[in-house]
Design a protein around this ligand. Structure first.
Ligand code: KG4
Ligand code: ZN
Length: 364
């Protein structure tokens, strides 16, 4: 086995062994972390150098398995993770041109998420870490989303306001530093992505709902239906279940809408406009109340084209800096777990072999 102090060099360095004009992707000083995320329905592994350089980021989607059920079937998800975890890790290492021997640590998501899915990732990370004698790092999934923007060239400084909008979460945090997280509000019922997925199922558009509603909305009239917006005064909390019910009632009263493309586009656009109005208004209110100058979006719904457009518009008006992850880093991926894992590693926060995943895991 390679001495753990002897770090890998780039293929450029090893092949050419001469001064190169190009900066090497991995240098002798790089800290290499293998990230793993199996929190929900995607199996993902990634190699990240120094918490900021993505060398590989492989995501194996299970959408095809779950789409016929209109949502994720937890038992099927965990079984598929078992089949995919090793091939996905191998692919991530191969794409980075490295091996498990080259890794200094394995960062794994230990919650929140589906317990059967999380168990697969955590079990794998602990076993591989033990076999290679390298530390395992436990990362909260939400922390991963928050730090996804740290993988972009433009990185936010602290403090910043963080809106996490995904299939499982819709939360607003003040991030004062690494490990200093102050929750301002969260959804009281459905997450924004969950609302997208449920409305998509109602409209017969399949799973996941976000991307298809996003696309259809571009061709629809956002004012065609007056769906409710739950602004919840004097609170940073959110609520999307009333909106979902309003869409459901509209369709029940007018069953012909689901067979009519133009009505579908208008419903999609009107629903999306209601979601985006609430998210933008809440963030704007937090900017004013907290006097914060930086805003970071993350999670699957932050890939939404209308949300990105409207958030940019508001941020420009308010003269605040807005940080949006690239769309591949919005949805679940293991690079974000490795990025957050890097900060745990340098703080000496290492997990033991008794690490157990948790379906419910508040961010502290
Ligand atoms: O972050 P993520 O991959 O998984 C969770 O942690 O939940 O988010 C998945 C969610 C799904 O609900 C999906 O419908 C939604 O993100 N999503 C979108 C878009 N792309 C994915 N929602 C709106 N617009 C999109 N373009
Ligand atoms: Zn997620």
């Amino acid at each position: 086995m390679k001495d753990s102090n002897e770090l890998p060099v780039t293929s450029n360095e090893s092949k050419n062994n001469k001064e190169s004009e190009d900066l090497p992707l991995v240098t002798r000083h790089s800290l290499l972390i293998l990230g793993i995320d199996t929190s929900c329905d995607d199996t993902s592994a990634s190699v990240v150098a120094d918490g900021e350089k993505i060398l590989s980021n492989i995501v194996s989607s299970q959408s095809d398995i779950h789409k016929k059920y209109g949502g994720i079937v937890p038992e099927l998800a965990s079984r598929r993770h078992i089949e995919m975890i090793w091939p996905v890790v191998e692919e991530a290492l191969a794409a980075a041109g490295l091996s498990l021997h080259d890794m200094q640590a394995i960062a794994v998501c230990h919650g929140p998420g589906l317990i059967g899915s999380l168990l697969v990732g955590c079990g794998f990370a602990k076993a591989a870490g033990y076999a290679r004698n390298i530390p395992t790092i436990a990362v909260n999934h939400l922390e991963g989303h928050i730090f996804s923007t740290f993988l972009e060239s433009k990185r936010p400084g602290f403090p910043f306001l963080s809106l996490i909008v995904s299939g499982g979460h819709t939360s607003l945090y003040m991030i004062n530093g690494f490990g200093q997280y102050d929750e301002l509000g969260r959804t009281r019922d459905d997450a924004a992505g969950e609302a997208y997925d449920k409305v998509s199922k109602l409209l017969g558009l399949g799973y996941p709902g976000g991307p298809v509603i996003d696309r259809l909305s571009g061709e629809g009239d956002p004012k065609a239906f007056d769906f409710p917006r739950a602004y919840i005064p004097e609170s940073f909390d959110f609520s999307f279940s009333g909106l979902k019910t309003a869409v459901k009632l509209t369709i029940e009263k007018n069953p012909r809408f689901t067979g009519d493309q133009s009505s579908l586009r208008d419903i999609a656009a009107s629903f999306q406009s209601a979601v985006v109005d609430v998210l933008v208004r809440k963030v704007e209110w937090a900017i004013i109340k907290k006097g914060i100058r930086r805003v970071v979006l993350s999670g699957g719904v932050s890939a939404n084209s209308e949300l990105r457009r409207r958030m940019r518009e508001m941020a420009d008006e308010r003269e605040v800096e807005l940080f949006l992850p690239s769309t591949e880093l919005c949805t679940d991926n293991a690079a974000m777990i490795a990025a957050a894992g890097y900060y745990h590693f340098i703080a000496g926060d290492i997990a033991g072999l008794d690490l157990n995943p948790k379906a419910y895991l508040p961010l502290r």
